[in-house]
Design a binder for this molecule. Sequence first.
Ligand SMILES: O=C(O)CCC(=O)C(=O)O
Ligand SMILES: [Fe+2]
Length: 304
Amino acid sequence: MQADHFPVSVRPSREEVEQAKLSPRNLEIAIRTLYKDGLVVLEDVIDHGPLDALNKVMIKDAYALRDRPDSPFNYNPGNIQQDPPPVAEHFHTSIFMNPLATQVASTFLGPRPKWTFCSGNTAMPPTPPTPPQSQPVHTDADFEHPSHPFALVINVPLVTMTPENGSTELWLGTHTDSGLHVQEGMHGERASGRIKPSLLEERKAVRPPCQPIVKKGSIVIRDLRLWHAGKGNHTQDPRVMLAMIHFAPWYRNPMRLEFAEDTRPIIEGQSQLEVPADWVSKEEALSRYLNRGFGNSYDFSQTP
Ligand SMILES: O=C(O)CCC(=O)C(=O)O
Ligand SMILES: [Fe+2]
């Protein structure tokens, strides 16, 4: 049994994974946990083969992104905003449109959530003499937002995350204390969404943060409002964690995804998620996917 400040994990049976459907009991645990903690882990739900294959490609890209003069880093240069290659060869539905994650999202947010953000966060190995750096504790909801649930981040780590390789620090239960009043930094600034230090001190006494071990094959579902921080990677291997955002069907986020045409039959072959996307040739998709902005340059707010 993990202490109260660690995340709750749901461990679906083989049958649930194969049938792509959580049992009512496991779905209840996931929904209750998201409501209470703002985060739940679905453990052992993705085969390792596709994760390993994607990791290989993304690690190579990660070094290229880090070494750019305009590197899209978040808060500090060792934590990079990194999109996956948006082509069919690397698009596995078990990773990008996992049906169990979608089942939880559509139960929590309402039917047919809208998927308008597909990226990743990569904690790079240290570059001596600079020691591994942590991000300030922040919320990704660095704009005026509803006080009820409106968006979930679906995080898929490509390797097991540990305190050594920079597992994300989590402040469970803080999603309900969210809004511009708890933050410092304006949206659009590199370091927006930082939680006020005095509030961190207060919160520590109520429920301290944790840096959990998250096994490869798991999915971390996080309320966009939750306080968290990317941590330094003390190993020699980049830690890539994909981040897909699902918005509630009523939430008017106008962003769109860009994918290669060859993913269209896969993405449009399902009806569980709404996916506003621009379809481009494979060549165009591959020429552009590494030219995107850092995390806080995206606008996750909604139109009036
Ligand atoms: O890399 C991580 O663990 C978290 C990154 C993050 O929270 C961010 O860049 O906003
Ligand atoms: Fe973040």
